[in-house]
Design a protein around this ligand. Structure first.
Ligand code: FMN
Length: 355
């Protein structure tokens, strides 16, 4: 079997694997460039790159400058395809998207909210717009709104299922019935939501599925159900090129299935993380002290939030995992070694061919 390529608007990757954007410095230039060099799509996350201890104006400026630095660094390491991930819920989302486009990024991926105004921010239609959704309904809403207001359609969707890492687009009640929201069940709805827009705009709107994809067999299964590609996060955390602290990677290696739990993030959405001392402390103390010079997430309620999620994720990124949050996908317990991105791609591609 030849490995199918992945076409998203005007870009085509050799391998149908997108490395998902992982916020708070987990997926930066070194990881994204390594993935792009293997023929996948490497995603730089734009989230919390600035120093969170500075004032509002400075934070926006130094976040933007840090993103520009990461994009330029990645571009110096690869000629492959790079994307930038932005959370709709970020207070400075618009500024980051504009900066990424100005730096020549041709794929903008937006999650954690419905990016209904994205085409107004990115007027250049050579830039591919790829929202992250968790249902056919959300895809339909975006498509209808973009069509009506901007006469534009999406260039692709990432369909993120309930096994994914980070924040999840499902309610805690839905997550209690996870099997009802499997990718196998969600994908047909999204495929049907895009159909009439594919016909109207005369182009394919590829669906890239993510959440729990672990090996080549999983990829094969998703392609056979009509996905055009997969997005993977967890497996890329334990690669040499991912620049989280060794302690962060070690937490993945040591986690058992029972250690992985759904948490209620201060952002108001559920998320998935590894149980650790930090989460125990939050459970016991109720609320940790928050110092917030800049409200980085528009939905964050500083009065009610139990902790500052940006600070908690930064702590883990830097190695202080006992005082930090470790986001992960449901399959993190299956990761048992740290390998290079090249090795991971060889393994996935060999598996996919065999499947
Ligand atoms: C540590 C970590 C951080 C993540 N952060 C983000 C994020 O900031 N924005 C986002 O859209 N997705 C985020 N994700 C989700 C990934 O991009 C990806 O879609 C998901 O993890 C795929 O599921 P998998 O981990 O089972 O492969 C994160 C995932 C992980 C593991």
């Amino acid at each position: 079997m030849n490995i199918p390529k992945l076409q998203i608007g005007n870009i085509m990757s050799e391998v149908p694997i997108v490395q998902g954007g992982m916020g708070v410095r987990v997926s930066l230039s070194s990881l994204a460039a390594a993935v792009a060099n293997e023929g996948g799509i490497g995603t730089i996350s734009s989230i919390a790159l600035g120093d969170i201890n500075v004032s509002k104006n400075e934070y926006e400026k130094n976040s933007r400058e840090a993103l520009i630095r990461e994009i330029r660094k990645a571009k110096s390491m690869t000629k492959g395809i790079l994307a930038v991930n932005v959370m709709e819920a970020l207070s400075n989302a618009k500024d980051l998207i504009k900066a990424a486009v100005k730096e020549g990024i041709k794929m903008i991926v937006v999650g954690a909210g419905l990016p209904l105004k994205l085409p107004a921010i990115v007027e250049d239609d050579s830039v591919n717009l790829v929202p992250i959704v968790s249902s056919g309904r959300a895809a339909g809403l975006i498509l209808r709104s973009w069509d009506k207001r901007y006469q534009r359609t999406a260039d692709g969707f990432i369909l993120e299922g309930p096994l994914a890492g980070g924040h999840l687009g499902f309610s805690t009640e839905q997550l209690d019935h996870i099997n009802e929201y499997s990718l196998e069940k969600l994908l047909p709805d999204v495929l049907s939501a895009v159909k009439s827009y594919e016909e109207k705009y005369g182009k394919k709107i590829p669906i890239i599925v993510g959440g729990g994809i672990f090996d080549g067999k999983d990829i094969k299964q998703m392609l056979s159900l009509g996905a055009s590609g997969v997005q993977m996060g967890t497996r890329f955390v334990c690669t040499d090129e991912c620049n989280v602290s060794p302690e962060f990677k070690q937490a993945y290696l040591e986690a058992s299935e029972e250690d992985i739990e759904i948490i209620k993030s201060p952002v108001g959405m559920p998320g998935r993380a590894i149980k650790n001392k930090f989460l125990k402390r939050v459970e016991n103390n109720g609320r940790l002290r928050i110092k917030c010079p800049y409200k980085c997430l528009s939905a964050c309620d500083i009065v009610k939030a139990k902790y500052c999620i940006a600070k908690a994720l930064l702590n883990s990124w830097a190695g202080d995992v006992d005082n930090g949050l470790i986001f992960c996908g449901q399959n993190a317990y299956r990761v048992n070694k740290i390998i290079s991105v090249k090795e991971l791609f060889s393994e996935l591609c060999a598996d996919l061919k065999a499947a």
